[in-house]
Structures are given as structure tokens and as C-alpha cells.
Design a binder for this molecule. Structure first.
Ligand code: ASP
Ligand code: MG
Length: 419
């Protein structure tokens, strides 16, 4: 049994959806679960729509129409509209969203967000499933929310692994054995029966959750790139594809900014030794990257990962107390409370510095919590570089004329915060 994940770029228009069919033709007769993301940039569009709905803005209808006509174009090009009643099912989904938008929004924005934004995956999976059936690739559409159970952390759902893996193993697996299944990435449901999303770009993670429950033989993430590269080719023209990496190395790369795999994807796979392939949907026969080889088999290429749009925040106490246990626990409490994720940290006797993503809303709340007791200094627009297997001549080439703010080193890896 295999799990295939197709991201937004792989279903961004009718031609792309047809290409998914071409990729699948090579796997005829195999047991496959397909996890699909929203089409193209639909999630961004739905985010705006959720905001407009929540704030009761006049732009709501316009934003809805944009989403609707984007999908209509694809449907028109792809499906035999009019003949198949399945098209009515897709049309009904849009009516459902339209009706939802007419109701009074809940007071919790994150909850509202999940109920609206999740439509992207519902639309894409319905369209893909219908197209594949029409093209002779027989499959069954299933709702991921029936299997992925989360807590109530809207927009960043925490998976209940026991319930989820039992449901997948007992209820979904027998179906996948009989027939190809198309389902959604990114979404689950909580105990109150509301949709909870798993965080932006979370479809890779969904694929890993399903693979875990199915005890899949492997997972393939089909992308518009050849595989995992050792640097961002847009910034480093000499970047090359990595053929094979270990799970820990992949986790580190994803966590520190290699956007090719969602960081939460690897651990569930690692725990069951399920290999992950990252392959090109443009060149499906090519090898891509295999994640999950033993450390000894890993090729030690230098890797450079960059996380841009970072803030460096330095926190020191106003009462001249040292930044040790008491203060650190207060500071961490504030970060956890406002869900601010720390990408790198460093402390000295009198100050604590962190490098974090620049999320204006969260940061404002964080500062409000801390500013009574602490002096806070902020450096905007910094970059976090994570460089592994660097050469003898060091890494000064990556700093160039920029200012080095923090440097942390282990034997293999150096992390730099540069301005
Ligand atoms: N559609 C969601 C997003 O764009 C999930 C995903 O693509 O992985 O964030
Ligand atoms: Mg996406």
C-alpha cells in the first residue's frame, strides 16, 4: 500500500490535474491512497474570504466569486459537465460554502478560519476524484475528517494518534485494499465535529498520518521540483538534488526552512520505518530523493537552508535580575501562551535572544505580555542560515557583507543569524 500526496501546484489547473492521471497510470493495480491539497493558491484566497466573512466586510461576495470561478474554469476544461451527476455534487459544495457565508460568524476567528479554509481541499479532492473516474482511473472519494481526529487547537490541530490510527487501520485500510481512495490533506475534525486544520502546508503531514495508520510501504510527495535540494536553487544556482538522506537530517532541514517537506511529516514515518520519496510530477520516472536511509548511507553534501523574514528579539530584565530559571520560565510561558515558535535561541547572564518568524499579530501580543518586566529589543528582517557539512574554508562566503548577529556551532552544523 502506498500513499501519494499531490500538492497545490500539482492540481493548479486542468492540465495539471490531467497530469496527475498520467502519473497514476504507471501504478495500475496497486493499492494507493491519494492525499490532495487545495488547487493552486486557493488556500490563500480562502484565507482572505474567511477574514472578510469574520469581519463582515463588503468584499466577501467578490472574494467568494474569485474562488468559485477559479474552480469553475478548471471544471469546465476537465469534466464532462452536464452529463455526469457528479458535477452536481461539486456544485452543491459551493452552495454549501455560500450558505455558510450567510450565517453569523462564530466569535473565535481561528475556528471560523478552519470551517472556511478547509473547503479548498474538499473542492480539489472532489474534482480530482471525479476526473480520475471519468478518465478510467477508478477511485473512491473519502472525507479525511472521518479519520483524522484532533483536539480543539484550531489552525494547528494536534492529532489524537490513538483514535486516528485505529480509525485509519480498521475503517480505511480495508477500503484502500479494494479500491484507490482520494482524500484531503490539511484537515481533520475535533470531538465537537468541527473541522480543524493542521497548519499551513499541512498536507504532507496528513500523508504521513495516513501512512502511519495504514502501515504503508512508502509515501511519495509529488512536487514541481526534482527532489530535496541541498540549497534553494533560486538563491544558490549551484544547488544540487540530494539522492538519499536520513530521517534526522530531513527533520532538521524541514524544521530550519527547507520548504520542500512539512517539518511534522518525518517523525510518524520514522517511527514505523516508512520511507518517504520526494519526486517530480513533471518527470515521474526520475529517482527524486529518498528520505529514510541509514546514517551510513547518507551522502554528506553541504546543505544551506535559509529562513527569511525573521525577527531577532533580545529580552533582558528591568530589575537587573539574571536571565536564569525564574525569568526563563516566565519568558517561555509567554512564548507558549501566544504560540510563538522559536527557531533559534541563545541566552547569556543578562539577556535571552530568540529568532522567530515575523508574525505581526502574535508578536504584538507577546510583547504586551512581556514588556512590563522586560526590556525588549527587536531586529527586523534578519535571516536564519543553517549550514551543514560545511567545508574547510568555512561559511564566511554565506555571510558576505552582511552583519553576523548570532553564531551557533556543533560539529556538523552551524547556524547563523545575519542581518
Ligand atoms: N492547502 C493548504 C495550504 O496551502 C495545505 C497544503 O497545501 O499543504 O497551506
Ligand atoms: Mg500548498
Amino acid at each position: 500500500m502506498k500513499v501519494f500526496k499531490f500538492g497545490g501546484a500539482s492540481v493548479k489547473n486542468a492540465a495539471a490535474v490531467r497530469n496527475v492521471g498520467t502519473v497514476l497510470n504507471a501504478f495500475e493495480g496497486e493499492e494507493i491512497l491519494i492525499v490532495v491539497s487545495a488547487m493552486g493558491k486557493t488556500t490563500n484566497a480562502l484565507e482572505q474570504l474567511a477574514q472578510a466573512y469574520f469581519e463582515k466586510l463588503d468584499t466577501k461576495n467578490e472574494l467568494y466569486k474569485v474562488v468559485k470561478s477559479f474552480h469553475d474554469e478548471i471544471i469546465k476544461d476537465l469534466l464532462s459537465v452536464g452529463s455526469a451527476h457528479t458535477y452536481d455534487d461539486i456544485e452543491n459544495l459551493f452552495i454549501e460554502l455560500e450558505c455558510d457565508l450567510e450565517t453569523t460568524p462564530d466569535s473565535n476567528f481561528d475556528k471560523v478560519y478552519d470551517q472556511i479554509v478547509s473547503y479548498g481541499e474538499i473542492f480539489s479532492s472532489r474534482i480530482l476524484s471525479t476526473y480520475l473516474n471519468e478518465a478510467g482511473i477508478k477511485n473512491r472519494w473519502m472525507d479525511a475528517q472521518n479519520f483524522i481526529c484532533t483536539d480543539n487547537t484550531y489552525r494547528e490541530g494536534k492529532v489524537d494518534w490513538e483514535i486516528t490510527s485505529n480509525l485509519i487501520s480498521n475503517k480505511l485500510k480495508p477500503i484502500v485494499k479494494k479500491q484507490m481512495v482520494v482524500t484531503q490533506g490539511f484537515i481533520g475534525k475535533n470531538k465537537d465535529n468541527f473541522t480543524v486544520t493542521l497548519g499551513r502546508e499541512g498536507s504532507d503531514y496528513s500523508a504521513a498520518i495516513f501512512a502511519y495508520g495504514l502501515d504503508a510501504e512508502n509515501v511519495t510527495i509529488w512536487k514541481d521540483v526534482a527532489g530535496v535540494m541541498n540549497a534553494d536553487p533560486k538563491k544558490f544556482p549551484d544547488a544540487i538534488k540530494i539522492d538519499a538522506i536520513s530521517y534526522p537530517k530531513a527533520i532538521e532541514m524541514a524544521y530550519y526552512g527547507a520548504t520542500v517537506i512539512h517539518p511534522k511529516t518525518i517523525q510518524p514515518l520514522q517511527s514505523k520505518h516508512i520511507p518517504l520519496f520526494v519526486k517530480s510530477f513533471i518527470d515521474p520516472g526520475a529517482n527524486g530523493t529518498k528520505v529514510g536511509v541509514r546514517k551510513e548511507e547518507e551522502v554528506h553534501l553541504p546543505t544551506i537552508i535559509s529562513k527569511g523574514n525573521q525577527l531577532l528579539i533580545s529580552i533582558s530584565s528591568k530589575d537587573f535580575s539574571f536571565i536564569v530559571e525564574d525569568n526563563l520560565s516566565k519568558i517561555f510561558d509567554a512564548f507558549a501562551g501566544h504560540k510563538v515558535k522559536i527557531n533559534l535561541m541563545q541566552n547569556s547572564a543578562i539577556s535571552f535572544s530568540v529568532c522567530i518568524d515575523n508574525d505581526a499579530k502574535k508578536i504584538a501580543q507577546l510583547i504586551q505580555t512581556l514588556e512590563n518586566d522586560y526590556t525588549i529589543k527587536i531586529n527586523e528582517g534578519v535571516e536564519l542560515l543553517t549550514i551543514s557539512n560545511y567545508s574547510e574554508n568555512g561559511f564566511s562566503q554565506f555571510i558576505k557583507e552582511r552583519k553576523l548577529l548570532i553564531e551557533q556551532k556543533t560539529r556538523n552544523t552551524v547556524q547563523l543569524v545575519v542581518n
